[in-house]
Design a protein around this ligand. Structure first.
Ligand SMILES: [Zn+2]
Length: 425
């Protein structure tokens, strides 16, 4: 079994959000396949190549590993590892330089049961985030965690940590914290110098604090305001009462102020405080991540119970999609089905959804009773998204991490839609 990386997987990110969702789905599927081979006991090779690395250096590393593998005592393991490395080397020949965001190569002999093994080689180009460093990994399982982290990536968040002396702002991009700017203040301590009146000292100190809050707000505005439409929320951290004063004083741009998801106690306000803030804000982040999904499902249920713009199930939703009447296609993230299309000699088509692990069922045409002349199988999500893209329908993937999201999968087969107009389908 040799899986070729298909053309659209090597595409870059220029296709916009819709395209990005689809690519994420394709990555997720490949990763699930690779994970199925976990623990099969043979040696599986994973190589992460960052975009700025020379291909010749990767080849040199692989060559080195190949020669070291000759010391492996078990003949079977030695052969498997060397075959995997040869296969990876052959793939690397197609590249002069790594793709824009780097690539990941997987290869190994996987256990197919009954003592049979099969070579699997997979190249994933341009993952959602750039590969940060070179990794060579040879183990009984493919190394997929770094990719999974990227795929779990949803959302862009602003981070601010502050006290009266220091502040840091940065991004949370998916699971990745990116410190960007810092500032420190000249706010005097609580101890006044001799000779200074207590009142005057207090006033100067308050002024200095106010100035510093303004400086922090400017720093945050500069970073976050240009991205405010993509921003999913802002977390603010620091000791009390600093963060409260900062938020209550409306220092931030009003559009940013509205995006604040919560304030959290963090001990440090240096860069490490940004990481601490993300840890403390996990719950707020998880809620925010699901907000769009929850809104979609609320709208769907509202239409289902009181309105006329809900459709669900494979058949009706597909029919509406083809008509161009679907505004938003809602697909469960956990939908794993294939569409079988049977075409009879008289040109009639029937379709059904099946489990991808199952054999294609026997079929006779529902119109004329003929056996199919051709039978085609396709991944259900790709099939539906393909139609959606042609009809200008937006596709939203819905998580199963909340009740109504779970219901989409269990009660509606993982497929639903909100219509542009009533169709009677
Ligand atoms: Zn027929």
């Amino acid at each position: 079994m040799e899986i070729q990386a298909t053309d659209h997987m090597s595409d870059d990110s220029t296709g916009g959000e819709e395209h990005a969702d689809r690519r994420k789905y394709e990555f997720r599927k490949v990763i699930e396949d690779l994970e199925d081979h976990t623990g099969s006991g043979t040696q599986l090779v994973s190589i992460y190549v960052p975009p700025d690395m020379q291909i010749s250096d990767v080849v040199a590393h692989v060559t080195q590993e190949y020669s070291e593998a000759s010391n492996i005592k078990s003949k079977q393991t030695r052969t498997n590892v060397q075959d995997a490395l040869s296969s990876i080397k052959a793939r690397l020949k197609y590249y002069d330089t790594p793709p824009e965001r780097g690539m990941v190569l997987f290869s190994g002999a996987v256990d197919e049961g009954g003592g049979q093994t099969d070579m699997v080689t997979e190249v994933l180009e341009n993952p959602p985030d750039p590969i940060e460093s070179f990794r060579y990994h040879c183990d009984s399982a493919f190394l997929t965690e770094p990719l999974e982290h990227m795929l779990a990536d949803k959302g862009l968040y602003g981070l601010i940590v502050l006290d009266r002396r220091e502040a840091n702002v940065g991004w949370l991009k998916g699971k990745r914290v990116e410190p960007v700017k810092s500032a420190s203040s000249l706010v005097p301590g609580k101890q006044r110098k001799g000779g200074q009146s207590a009142q005057r000292f207090a006033r100067l100190r308050l002024e200095a604090i106010d100035n510093f809050y303004q400086e922090i707000a400017e720093m945050a505005d500069e970073l976050f305001v240009p991205k405010r439409h993509e921003l999913d929320g802002i977390l603010v951290g620091g000791p009390s009462p600093t963060k409260d004063e900062f938020l209550d004083g409306d220092y931030l741009h009003h559009e940013l102020q509205e995006k604040v998801l919560g304030k959290f106690d963090v001990a440090y306000t240096d860069e490490s405080g940004l990481y601490d803030l993300v840890d403390k804000g996990q719950e707020a982040l998880a809620d925010a991540e699901l907000t769009q999904d929850k809104n979609d499902m609320e709208e769907f249920f509202k239409e289902l119970h009181g309105g006329e713009l809900a459709t669900y199930g494979f058949g009706p939703t597909r029919e509406n999609l083809v008509m161009g009447s679907v505004e938003t296609l809602l697909l469960s993230e956990d939908l794993r089905k294939e569409v079988v299309t049977y075409t009879c000699p008289n040109g009639h088509s029937d379709r059904e959804l099946i489990d991808p692990r199952h054999e294609t069922p026997e079929h006779t045409c529902t119109e004329c009773g003929e056996p199919p002349e051709s039978t085609e199988r396709e991944d259900a999500i790709e099939h539906l998204m393909g139609i959606a893209e042609q009809r200008g329908t937006e596709t939203h993937f819905i998580s199963t991490d909340f009740e109504k999201g779970e219901q989409l999968l269990t009660a509606f087969g993982g497929i639903a839609g909100i219509l542009r107009y009533q169709t009677g389908v």
